[in-house]
Structure formats: structure tokens, C-alpha cells
Design a protein around this ligand. Sequence first.
Ligand SMILES: Cc1ncc(COP(=O)(O)O)c(C=O)c1O
Length: 395
Amino acid sequence: MPSRSARLEKIPPYLFAEIARVKAEMRARGEDIIDLGIGDPDQPTPADVVHALAKAATEPAYHRYDESPRGLPKFLEAGARWYKREYGVELDPNTEMLEVIGSKEGLAHLAWAFLDPGDGVIVPDPAYPVYRIQSDMCGADIFDVKLTEENGFLPKLEDIPTDLARRAKLFFTCYPNNPTGATAPLSFYEDAVRFCQDHDIFLVADLAYAQVTYDGYRCATALQVEGSKDCVIEFHSLSKPYNMTGWRIGFACGCPDAIAPLSRLKDNIDSKQFAAIADAGAFALENANNSKTMDLYKKRRDALVDGLNAAGWQVKKPDAAFYIWARVPTGESSAQFAKRLLEEAKVLVIPGNGYGPAGEGYVRMSLTVSGDINGERLAEAAVRMSKVALAGSRV
Ligand SMILES: Cc1ncc(COP(=O)(O)O)c(C=O)c1O
């Protein structure tokens, strides 16, 4: 039998696949699992967006290959208007935007569009695993930047050695952050843009959670920095704000010299998303209102964090994204603690080291819990986890 490519061997088992398997086994045994694992919105896509898709799906022109250069113009134009409305920056849909089949696809292929063996890439630790895995498969040299609690989970640019920065082509960032829930002020992007301009690097800003925010918080973007269009490429997604993870639609925007190579690579891999989905995506960008879902996440956030803190944990309420990043309160490793939580509390959390070595000592809890209508499952999860943590020692 032909062997798999050596590059495929670099891929660790997909974190969530392992966890999904254990969860399925426990559920099959009838266990009442509270699943704080994968960050996948449990609420339905807004009904008017679903109707927009149903209507668009009847359009014969959409049943053919989408031969537009960068994705459905209607979608890109809606994206440009949305960006101007939300972040105050003009984008040219023809040169500064590209439709992607979910931001995961775009981020992964960006690595392939730019990284040859031996090229440098700066990747945060901990981070959404796609940046590291794809860069590794490309044979690039990965320079880790540690995200620490003391530094608000922002990379310390002054700690990146100049010789490494000179070799780097891409610098991945993600705010609001998965897994830590941290946010970045505009001043961070100002510094990062200057750093990337000085060292001839593309700043890759993953903004998948830009619209998942609480208490009136509004996130900053890299493209809001004056003069940043020569070194920034951002990725935006409809998945998280509009409960559309299954739809696979988003866009890249920013520097035309970063967009064009990604577009060229994708032209030779996919033939774009089904145009009816892009059409409904345009409708979502113009019309969808995510405030009900955000209100629900906020209730869940408060129920979980207040419950944990009442039991002696010290957990912060994030301003954005739907993750709680909690220190393991018992002195166990992340994996041991997560295993015990699953077995004894029947609560599924993700061990922090799944996002990189610097995630050791933490677990991630997602607020996207099916069946919770008012924060009651999250309150229950806090009680169950606290009992297990208490029995395990220090809390
Ligand atoms: C930080 C981050 N970026 C990107 C994605 C990918 O989202 P999508 O491909 O659905 O747009 C995810 C999904 O979990 C994520 O957490």
C-alpha cells in the first residue's frame, strides 16, 4: 500500500476528534455530560438568513461554478460595507478582499501560499492549532511567542529576536483570542504593524470572534491602524457571530499583495463556496442581528464564572469570544484535571496544552452548550467542577 506523505505525519491527532470519541462513548452509556468542549454555536442560524439561502438556492446561475475572480461580488461588496460600518475602514472588494470557505480554510491556505521549507513564521503559544500545524506541514521554522497572563495574553514584541524576525514572513495573531478570551487594544495593533513593517512580515490577524462581544465592548482591528494595508491580512468569519459554522463562509481582507497569492493558490484548489451560500452570507452581513445570542452567552458566562469564583476559583470574565480560560486549581496537569472533570463531574473541558505548551496549567471552557436556555447548565457545570476540584486539593 502506498505510504502517506511525510508531511501528513506531522499532523497530531485532531484535538476535538479524540474528545468527541470519548464523549460519544460516555453518552452511549447514558451519562449526562455537560459539554464545554468545542466552540460551536448551539443556537440556530437566524431564520431570515436561512430563508435567504432557500431563495438563493433556486437561482440557476448559482448552480454553476462561480467564476468571479475573488468570490461572489455581492458578498464581497456587502463585506466591504459591513467593514466600513463596524470598523470605519474602506476596502476595495476587487483587490483587497477574498471570499474564503470559512476562515480556517483561508488561514490554512495562506501558510501554503507563503511558506517554503526554512522560511520563518511567528506563531503564538497557546493558539488555535491551525496556524502551527499548517506552517509545520509547509516545512517552515516556527518561532513561538508565549502569551502569558501577566502580559494580558498579548505577545511581547520586544522579546522576538531581531534575527528571527528578519527571517519571518508571517506573524499570526488572534484577538478576541481563542483559547484565552483575551482582547487586544488598538495600541497593540499599532505596535505590531510597525514591527511587521520594520521586518517585512505580513501580520495575519484572525478576527473570527470580532463580533462576539459583551457589555458594549467593541474590538479593534489591525486595518484600523493608519497605513497598515501594506502588511496586514485579516480573516473574518460568519461562523461565530451568526451561528453559521456549518455554512463555511468568510472573507480575507487587507494587503492586495497578501490577498493575490492566496487567491491564486485557491483558484487551483477549490472553485469557491456555493454562490447561494455567499448570497445568503451577504444578507447576513447586511441584516443579521446577533444580540439575542450574545445576551444568552453573557448569561452563561456570568453563571459559569460567578459559580466558579464563589467556590474559590479565580476566573476572569472575558469581554469577548465565548471561552473561559481557567487555571487548573489543583496542581494537576491540564490533561489529568480535564480527565477527572469528565469522569467524575461529567463535564467536558479542553486541556490547555492542546493549544501549545504554554497552555499547560489551564483548561478551556466553551459557553456554546446545547440545551442551556438561561445559564442553568453552566451554573450546574460550575457546581459539579468545583466539587471535583475541592476533592482534588487546593481550591
Ligand atoms: C481562532 C479561530 N479562527 C478561525 C476559526 C475557524 O472558523 P471558520 O472556519 O468556521 O470561519 C476558529 C474556529 O473555531 C477559531 O477558533
